[in-house]
Design a protein around this ligand. Structure first.
Ligand SMILES: Cc1cc2nc3c(=O)[nH]c(=O)nc-3n(C[C@H](O)[C@H](O)[C@H](O)COP(=O)(O)OP(=O)(O)OC[C@H]3O[C@@H](n4cnc5c(N)ncnc54)[C@H](O)[C@@H]3O)c2cc1C
Length: 473
């Protein structure tokens, strides 16, 4: 027999039905251990729910560790922190644990703080385990068992075998809305012509000389995005066409730096074949870039590649159809919603879909943000499933803003807190008493805007110390 998929005819085989053991029965299961899933699991466990966090890799962090995304996007609106709570706490813990030199450099900074990957992985392990959540690594969720609008179980695969996780509530923090897609929730991928933001294979180099590099930037009068130098190298055929600037160099020390540089186009991160091609092309591009750095960029003559991403960094895949779709007009008019569970001030940052198109960037005024309503996380037609993070219900421009890590922490914290509340009272995610959820989030450090009764204190970093020094991710 054959079926048609993506215009291709595929042969099919019938797989015999299986009796699977039930391996876990938590109140709340979180699938995906990126920023969203980490905050969701911590919030659910801290609020008393028996919580299991499932992650396909052997460590937490998602794009920030697996794909080596080199820095956290701004936590502030340029004047004050907008993302607080669990996300801000984890940022501060990474700074504290990354050593005296790192702490000295970045202690007063909340925007574009570089990621010290190995420290961050350990900080995440410790924080999740301390919250009381259980961790299950090397495990992939690949099937949902449905009964009407409810998920009854989640099939997982790992070295132990296949089994079912039976939870009361399910949090999809896969970044790709895998659970929602498996459950038949409608979704969109990319733009009107299915165009997608490109992927980037990020990496870390050692052997650099920061002071020499800084002098070069000063002398050439170009910013850290190296625009003049990149254009020159492209004209000489030493770099491929495409974006004429680097997204920024994240200095972990005077000799070690993380790079988010260049693009791999036409990658759908929900397809293994595309991820495979991107891995190969990404590593080839890095080799070209290292040659470029050594030849053109003083301070990088002796640069040595130590690590590239386990996978290509993926900026967008599915966006679910939710009870509310956050649109660009909400962003530009800085709307506040009755059911806000977070605020967002990061700009619209849509990377070019091919080598000849342009970036779309739109900033909000300093000090401004918009609300992120709870309903964006509620997938149509499912009651005990919530989707948080990169793939919530939004139009494409808003996804280009909401997708960054600080926002994902905030959405994850809200989803996890809601799940813990419902694990006691019963009911699905639409049964949440929204005022109670908002109060709990505020009590536990989140910021939902200037609301009566919420003091602006409690955050130790003075707004005047915040620095912006990069233009986009
Ligand atoms: C190149 C690039 C540069 C970026 N730059 C920045 C930046 O400078 N600053 C910033 O803040 N943000 C940046 N971002 C955005 C940000 O990193 C991501 O959007 C963010 O990490 C999304 O968080 P998430 O938790 O929703 O998903 P992810 O970080 O993707 O985490 C999802 C996790 O779920 C796991 N998973 C997925 N499916 C399954 C499954 N079926 N079973 C089990 N586990 C599963 C994955 O292994 C992963 O660990 C960048 C992104 C890219 C790609």
């Amino acid at each position: 027999m054959s079926i048609s998929a993506n215009g291709k005819s595929l042969n099919t085989m019938t797989v015999p039905s299986q009796q699977l053991p039930v391996s876990y029965t938590p109140d709340v299961v979180v699938v995906g251990g990126g920023p969203t899933g980490i905050a969701a699991a911590m919030a659910a466990a801290r609020n008393g729910a028996d919580t299991l966090l499932i992650e396909q890799r052997g460590y937490l962090g998602g794009m920030g560790t697996a794909a080596l995304v080199p820095a956290f996007c701004p936590y502030t609106d340029g004047e004050k922190p907008v993302i607080r709570g669990i996300g801000l706490d984890l940022l501060e813990r990474m700074k504290q644990e990354a050593g005296a030199d790192f702490l000295n450099r970045y202690k007063d900074r909340l925007d574009w703080v570089p990621i010290d990957v190995e420290t961050l992985k350990r900080v995440y392990d410790d924080a999740v385990l301390a919250s009381g959540a259980k961790l299950l690594f090397h495990t992939f969720a690949d099937q949902v068992l449905l009964d009407g609008d409810r998920i009854q179980g989640l099939v997982i695969s790992n070295k132990t075998g296949r089994s079912v996780v039976q939870a009361k509530l399910y949090i999809d923090a896969t970044g790709d809305a895998d659970l929602a897609a498996l459950a038949g929730v409608p979704f969109q991928v990319g733009g009107e012509e299915s165009e997608l933001q490109p992927g980037t294979m990020c990496y870390v180099v050692t052997g650099a000389d920061k002071s020499r590099f800084d002098r070069f930037i000063q002398e050439t009068g170009q910013g850290g995005q190296l625009e003049k130098t990149i254009v020159e190298a492209q004209q000489n055929g030493d770099l491929p066409d495409g974006r004429k600037r680097i997204s920024g160099i994240a200095w972990i020390s005077d000799t070690v730096a993380g790079f988010n540089f260049g693009h791999i186009f036409g990658i759908d991160g929900s397809k293994a074949e595309d991820l495979t091609r991107a891995a190969v092309e990404g590593r080839r591009l890095i080799e070209t870039q290292i040659r470029f750095l050594r030849k053109y960029v003083p301070g990088f003559e002796n640069a040595h590649l130590v690590h590239s991403g386990d996978q290509i960094g993926i900026r967008e895949t599915r966006r679910i159809a939710g009870d509310y779709t956050l649109v660009v007009d909400d962003f530009l008019s800085m709307r506040t919603f009755e059911d806000d569970i977070a605020r967002n001030s990061y700009f619209i940052d849509i990377h070019l879909a091919n080598a000849t198109s342009t970036m779309t960037i739109k900033h909000l005024p300093k000090g401004q943000s918009h609300g992120v309503p709870y309903r964006c996380m509620l997938p149509q037609g499912k009651s005990n499933l919530i989707v948080a993070g990169r793939s919530v219900s939004s139009d494409r421009p808003v996804q280009g803003s909401l997708r960054v890590m600080p926002n994902c922490f905030a959405m994850g914290q809200a989803a996890g807190t809601a799940a813990a509340m419902l694990s006691v009272t019963g009911g699905g995610f639409r049964d949440i008493p929204i005022r109670e959820l908002q109060s709990k989030l505020i009590e536990q450090g989140a910021w939902l805007g200037e609301r009566p009764g919420q003091a602006d204190g409690g955050v130790t970093v003075a707004a005047g110390h915040v620095t912006y020094d990069e233009e986009n991710e």
